[in-house]
Design a protein. Structure first.
Length: 119
């Protein structure tokens, strides 16, 4: 028996992505540094991507990924998104404890989460 795998092609960067990627990188790094300093988060690499499915992610190695369009979100939603991924460094799941960490920093996270789904 053999396993069928789907090949993925590298997506050519769009002009919009190329134009805004470094602005997004600076924006994210500045905010992550502030949260890391204030709340004691330790993360590794940060990548700015043009993903199709998510605004952000966190790996088990402490690497954070964010969609470049984070810079076009209202500040409150961008902050929620970064805090959400940082909290995965403490709880690598969406447990009650995870949401408690998020709520400590973003008390209105439920509203932010709902609004983010609209974007």
């Amino acid at each position: 028996m053999f396993k069928i795998t789907r090949r993925t092609r590298q997506k050519k960067p769009t002009k919009h992505y190329s134009k805004h990627k470094e602005v997004a990188r600076a924006f994210v790094h500045a905010h992550l540094a502030m949260y890391a300093d204030k709340y004691g988060f330790k993360y590794n690499r940060v990548a700015i991507r043009n993903s199709k499915r998510s605004w952000g992610s966190c790996s088990e190695h402490g690497n954070l990924n964010f969609h470049y369009k984070i810079i076009f979100l209202p500040q409150e939603l961008a902050s929620y998104l970064m805090v959400h991924e940082l909290c995965h460094l403490k709880e690598f799941n969406h447990s009650v404890q995870f949401w408690a960490h998020v709520e400590e920093i973003i008390p209105n996270y439920k509203e932010c989460r709902k609004r983010l789904k609209e974007h």
